[in-house]
Design a protein around this ligand. Structure first.
Ligand SMILES: [Zn+2]
Length: 417
């Protein structure tokens, strides 16, 4: 048992900080619109930086605007134990997505400060830039650049809908920092986040111990046939791409069901060309999104999907092309971090289950360069990316206590003198 087993965060202080941050970019329906690198984002960042400085933390900003707040440890040469998430929101976002992970990190440092605890390694909070990807595409840019997965100059040139570049907007709000946007060693990294799904609430549990993040594959299914008149052309003499698309779509739902409960198949968009009501389309482009947390199963789903598409197109005399646009591999979190989260949860006596994240998070990229773990807490009706997003103060407090003790568990033991 750790020396600080009885230590607890101040749940009310955490809640007050969340509510104060939520005033910046507050929407009429009770949500937040604090999109990346807007004036509201600057205001939120400034507030966070002020809080960290009041705590005596050293604050630095890197070239992509990621903010790091460091509370010194006894041994400054040790790589830090880090808690991080994001402060930006969707245009119709909520008060908790991302913000909770950053302010829970702050609450951990405040708790250590109040208790006069000196850790061995430095403890840090990270606020990663543009996680949401709603203003600047893609998502998770700050952590992606930091982890070396994305190119800084390309990201600087990325524009929003108004044609403003990310580099220009970083400069405008004063958050294009001096620190190189590049990974450095971490002892461990943790992210606590609302679940954004219904499982914990349904099970009546307070904590999700995450073992990883679902992998996904994105395809454009391009099916070519022949355009013809919707009236005079008999059904049997048509080469209609929909005749294959219909069984392919149903077949993908069957594939997801065959790999339940974690298999997912989604068709977010279908484009018919030329796209005329009384013409059989000559081409269909179907967006396909397949997901599963087990890499082997996701590979099997991929093979089953390709075979299904080939079979149905051949049966209807149609031409098929499967363009794979993106393959996000399955993320497995570091066993020592998963274990630290599990042990903290058990020690604190919270009801929990092991789960995987269905959504991407900054931790996905952090995990490629450092030992990483994640903690979920329930949110009301599983709703997120919505102004009505809500979470219970006691659940947020529980997740923050788990974060505190998981971070302490990863703090290296003092070197023998
Ligand atoms: Zn988030």
């Amino acid at each position: 048992m750790s020396a600080h087993a009885s230590l607890r965060v101040d749940g009310e202080r955490l809640w007050r900080s969340l509510m104060e941050m939520a005033r910046i970019g507050a929407t009429e329906k009770g949500g937040c619109n604090r999109q990346a690198l807007t004036d509201e984002d600057r205001e939120g960042r400034d507030l966070f930086v002020t809080w960290c400085q009041q705590l005596g933390c050293e604050v630095s900003v890197d070239a992509i605007g990621n903010i790091f707040a460091r509370r010194a440890g006894r041994d400054g040469s040790l790589p830090p134990v880090l808690a991080g998430s994001h402060l930006d929101t969707q245009p119709t976002g909520g008060k908790f997505d991302g913000v909770y992970g950053v302010l829970a990190g702050l609450e951990v440092l405040r708790t250590l400060q109040d208790a006069g605890i000196e850790t061995e390694a430095p403890f840090e909070i990270a606020a990663w830039t543009n996680e949401e990807g709603s203003r600047f595409n893609p998502a998770m840019i700050g952590s992606g650049v930091w982890a070396g997965v994305m190119d800084l100059d390309k990201v600087y040139a990325t524009t929003d809908k108004a044609g403003k570049t990310m580099g220009g907007e970083l400069e405008r709000i004063g958050y294009k920092g001096e620190l190189p946007a590049a990974a450095r060693p971490l002892t461990a990294a943790f992210e606590v986040h609302i679940e954004q799904g219904p499982i914990l609430e349904k099970e009546g549990l307070q904590i999700g111990v995450l073992s990883g993040i679902q992998g996904l594959r994105w395809y454009d299914l391009v099916i070519d046939g022949d355009a013809c008149h919707a009236g005079p052309t008999p059904m049997e003499s048509r080469r209609d791409p929909f005749m294959a698309a219909a069984p392919i779509i149903q077949g993908c739902y069957d594939i997801a069901a065959a790999h339940a409960p974690w298999g997912r198949a989604t068709f977010g968009d279908i484009r018919a060309e030329p796209g005329s009501r009384n013409t059989v389309p000559e081409r269909l482009v179907v967006n396909v999104d397949l997901r599963h947390p087990d890499a082997g199963v996701l590979d099997r789903m991929d093979a089953e999907f390709r075979e299904l598409a080939a079979r149905e197109c051949a049966r209807h005399g149609l031409e098929l092309r499967v363009d794979e646009l993106w393959h996000m591999p399955v993320t497995r979190f570091a066993p020592q971090c998963v274990q630290a989260v599990r042990a903290a949860t058990d020690m604190l006596g919270y009801g929990s289950m092991e789960m995987v994240s269905g959504a991407g998070h900054d931790s996905l990229y952090i995990a490629t360069v450092a030992p990483t773990g994640m903690i979920f807490v329930p949110c009301e009706n599983g709703i997120s990316h919505n102004e009505s997003e809500n979470a219970k103060p006691e659940d947020l407090e529980a997740g923050c206590n788990v974060l505190l003790h998981a971070m302490l568990a990863m703090d290296p033991a003092p070197a023998a003198s």
